[in-house]
Write a protein that binds this ligand. Sequence first.
Ligand code: CTP
Length: 433
Amino acid sequence: MKVNEIDLEKFLKSVLPEPELYEVLITAQNISEKRGEFLYFAGGVVRDYFLKTLYKRKVPKIKDLDLVLQGNLENFLKEFLKKVKGESLFKSQFLTYKVKLDLNGKEFLIDFITARKEIYEDVAKLPKVFPSDFRDDILRRDFTINALLIGLSFPYKGILIDLVNGMEDLKEGLIRPLHIYSFIDDPTRIFRGIRYKVRLNFEFSKEFFLALERCFEKSALKKLSGTRLANELKLYLNKEPEKNLEKLLKTTFNLNIFEKAGIKTEKNFFDSIVRHLKELKEELNNKEKEKFFLLSLVSPESLQNACRLGFSEPEIEKIKKHLEIIKELLEKWKKLSLWEKIKVFERIPVPYLLALSVYFPRIRKDVVNFLKKYRKIKPELTGDELIKLGVNEGKEIGRLLELLRKEKIEGKVKTKEDEKNFIAQFLLNKSKN
Ligand code: CTP
């Protein structure tokens, strides 16, 4: 066990995103010392601190704070929440509590974690957890660079503890699992490792590849649940800088992870997926982005695989139907009018439509224009106004609004005045017939 004294105040001031948190942590420190329980930081916050201070690397500001207690967390929090403004939001099955603090009106979340030991009884299944000491808590972790600890209270206050040569790996820029069965226990660590490699521009150690081989031998990735697999892939999208996405996908593909997880994926789609996400950022909500992203990772020839990423059977059947429709239209795509294309697109949910345009580049430009422009074009006149202009109530209103929309999309009608004239002309023709 390597121990080194550090400047605790400097560490706290550097890592805490809000200065008000300093006092809160001193309160937590005092309570843990009074109770004789060891409180410490571990994981990303310690890793990023050393990357920043020792190696002058740029690291993102932390958004959430993890604090670990070797002791009775429930009782600790009861005392803690008497002294600071905040509340415990929920307790997880892994002996952790999410606490919301009120820092003079500003909200901040801290994850309080019980120092624990994990026992993996089954390949790729969630572990059983037991309260334990800081040693077990460090040794249960994914990579050496995430297994550094900084003590906030007695007996290791202001002490950096390095049980697994994490500092050395930080210096060397290496992603090293703590043992070669690590990915059998928890295959999600492979995706985490890939994120760290790309984010920090590190390399995989040889143990990473050994652990990967072991994981493949046991088919552990196939045993990982669809929800957990999808969640890990969504983190590529939601937790990492946008510019890293293509590299993340390529690294995952080159390590053969998709195939081993039961998804046939096409490497040459990656560029198109990334471009779509960039180009249509403003047009899509987060759910749509995620669905599109996951679906387009599945090759169109093996859409059945989408069930590995959380798509239900009926959903897959629907996607297949839309795919067949587009496939049939492809031959004569160029001959279709803009309005005809729009009518096809409108029937397809946005995430599926985007994935189809990755599968079939011929429709790509039209899909982008549809989402960015045409789907937003609507007549200015309302149903009520049409009635005032003399249109009969009932189905005709809907038909005319749709007709106005078509005229507008085709550029034949531009202003509200044009719309009124169009309706007047329509009514005139009608009265003549
Ligand atoms: N961890 C692990 N295995 C997992 C998930 C998490 O060992 N499958 C451990 C790691 O030590 C990690 C810590 O739990 O450092 C906290 O996980 P998380 O909050 O996801 O990561 P951070 O450490 O905060 O790092 P970052 O968010 O920057 O990825």
